[in-house]
Design a protein around this ligand. Sequence first.
Ligand code: HEC
Ligand code: HEC
Ligand code: HEC
Ligand code: HEC
Length: 425
Amino acid sequence: MKQSTTTWILTAVIIVLAVALAGVLVFVKNQPAQVRGIPALTVIQAMEPDSSKWGVNFPNQYSTFKLTEGNNTRSTYGGSNQFSHLEEDPRLTILFAGMAFSKDYNEDRGHMNALADVRATKRINEKTPGTCYSCKSSDNPALWTSMGMVEFDKTLFSDLSQHISNPIGCANCHEAETMRLVVTNPALDEALKAQGKDWTTFTRQEMRTVVCANCHVEYYFAGEGKYLTFPWSKGTNVDQIDAYYDETGFKDWEYPEALTPMIKMQHPEYEMFTAGSTHYNAGVACADCHMPYTRDGSAKFSTHDVKSPLINPDAACGACHTDVKYVTDRVGIIQKQVADTMSATEDALVAAIEAIKAASADSNADQTLLNEARTLHRKAQLRWDFVAAENSMGFHNPEEALRILAAATDMARQAQIIAMTATAK
Ligand code: HEC
Ligand code: HEC
Ligand code: HEC
Ligand code: HEC
């Protein structure tokens, strides 16, 4: 009898202690990072645009982040050297005739250069909307909060410039108080909601990919206000994006003399990677390859020197692959195959354009067939550009890249034949 009373008391004490401990843990977990033992040297204001202020608390992340400014190494198809794609492949001036990309199309560089590079590009003119700043500056989250995205987007680029002085920075990806990864771009928040998704419920590993989708996505400027919109409401693969643009009837420009209403793809790395790639299906995130863990003495942190993983493959691939040489050789083989296939697609597109131009100049041409040819031209180039504008030369999703290019070549050849038939009649 006595013994069982003691057991009861002991059990009760253990339960009380366990509940108290759980309570403390929940409390601590909900505290800001600073309180949790990450040294709080300085208090960082919400959406602080100046990355150097965050750098006081997180010197390793800040010092590696700054390296993105000076990177200048070129890889076979990418890297940080700002070479001109137009000089490398003159067919691009034909494919982009009548729009800004035929004037200036340089290879991308590191995050710290984003603001300088957008201000330097010849694609910007006096009519460019503020929307073009959306992916370039850590000033944006605060501006989107104070002025709202509607106002931000309809302000002219030249007028918005006075409010923007910082390149991409910590505030584009982190919430200052907790340091958790967040969706900062309202267009991404809206595009996810349109698909019934709530990013605040995503796992940490999912956020290590989704945070890049703040910018590395296909988008367009909707309506007079040039409102930044991701065409995702039907889904994010290329066919669903095509269907979206079909339904809205949107065009970025009209192809001169062929009169095709065209769509320019931006940089759909997120859409390509998440369309069932081997790595995505295996749970690998963008940050695994582009921000691998690094050591500085006893500190282990994510390098913020985001760049081509082919420049640091031991860190970028070595965490998961034992034979780093084998997998990087595979990248070369995959990229060459995609580049060769893409080249054949470009030839087919150029041939289609010539045929449609000729048919458009012929007043006796069958207009129904000619419009059919134009529709195929639009769809073929949208697909080709999805692969071309995606910056990994197919590596992010080799099967999908080759599937899309095969469809594009087929559509372009059909467009050519139909346009020729239109004039023959
Ligand atoms: C399995 C590793 C891996 C994952 C995961 C991955 N990438 Fe890549 N990424 C690469 C490789 C390899 C290249 C090709 C680099 C080259 O050609 O120099 C590349 C290229 C790029 C480039 C162009 C780099 C340059 O040098 O110009 C960008 C931008 C990019 N990736 C963004 C992303 C985004 C965003 C995600 C997630 C949606 C992602 N990557 C996921 C390995 C990866
Ligand atoms: C492009 C998005 C991006 C930017 C910009 C960015 N970070 Fe990060 N940061 C990440 C990602 C992704 C992780 C990995 C998070 C995880 O694993 O949960 C990370 C992790 C961190 C961590 C957690 C520890 C670690 O190293 O994994 C700290 C602290 C941090 N970043 C600080 C900064 C600071 C300071 C800046 C500005 C100088 C900055 N970050 C800019 C994406 C970004
Ligand atoms: C706020 C917008 C933004 C976010 C968020 C962002 N990027 Fe970028 N990223 C850019 C822009 C813009 C460029 C091109 C800058 C230039 O060319 O000046 C770029 C360039 C790159 C490059 C090419 C670097 C080089 O040296 O060639 C890679 C790789 C890359 N980003 C990967 C990522 C990954 C991975 C993430 C998520 C962890 C991410 N980015 C998040 C806007 C962003
Ligand atoms: C976070 C872990 C992780 C990282 C980092 C990683 N991989 Fe992988 N990789 C995987 C997994 C998992 C698979 C699938 C393995 C399987 O199914 O056999 C894979 C498969 C591959 C394959 C075979 C793909 C296929 O379709 O058969 C290649 C090639 C490859 N990785 C290259 C790379 C390269 C290059 C890098 C660095 C830029 C890299 N990986 C970084 C986890 C990773």
